[in-house]
Design a protein. Structure first.
Length: 157
């Protein structure tokens, strides 16, 4: 004579997984659109020197990278073993720096152009002659914000 009776045979409904593939493809598409792949392949060997005091760059989208180092094994028979300059994804002469900077500047909104920084990624074994030539060309092109890339020294905490 109980007022409450147990309902037998009724179980909770199964979870509907029909929309699961849609969600997976939507996430896949989102990450494909948002992810930025590496701009260029390194053609030169760059082992940046160690430093004790480092500062991070605020906006990496406003940084253009100039690589200076000896060509990798793949390119040594063509370009030799002397230090070379890499702009973007190709070897370049120092005289090509203003055009490289202008192409980068055109892609950046006008309000942010004053914040553009040139980052020199220089191999630690390269002599300062080519670095000084690059700095002179940057100065001539009115690119005065220059940054040197370095690694944190392991013993400096």
């Amino acid at each position: 004579m109980s007022k409450f009776s147990k309902k037998r045979g009724k179980s909770s409904p199964a979870i509907n997984t029909a929309s699961l593939p849609d969600i997976v493809f939507m996430l896949l598409f989102f990450f494909m659109v948002v992810t930025k792949l590496r701009d260029s392949e390194l053609l030169v060997q760059v082992s940046t020197p160690f430093a004790t005091q480092l500062a991070k760059l605020e906006e990496k989208s406003l940084v253009n990278y100039l690589y200076i180092g000896r060509p990798t094994e793949k390119y040594r028979n063509i370009y030799g073993t002397k230090p070379r300059l890499q702009l973007g994804d190709k070897f370049a002469a120092i005289s090509e720096i203003p055009l490289f900077l202008e192409r980068f500047k055109v892609k950046v909104p006008e309000v942010q152009r004053a914040k553009i920084t040139s980052s020199l990624r220089v191999d630690g074994k390269v002599t300062m002659g080519i670095v000084q030539d690059v700095k002179t060309e940057l100065r001539k092109a009115s690119q005065l914000k220059v940054n040197y890339s370095a690694k944190k020294r392991p013993d400096a905490e």
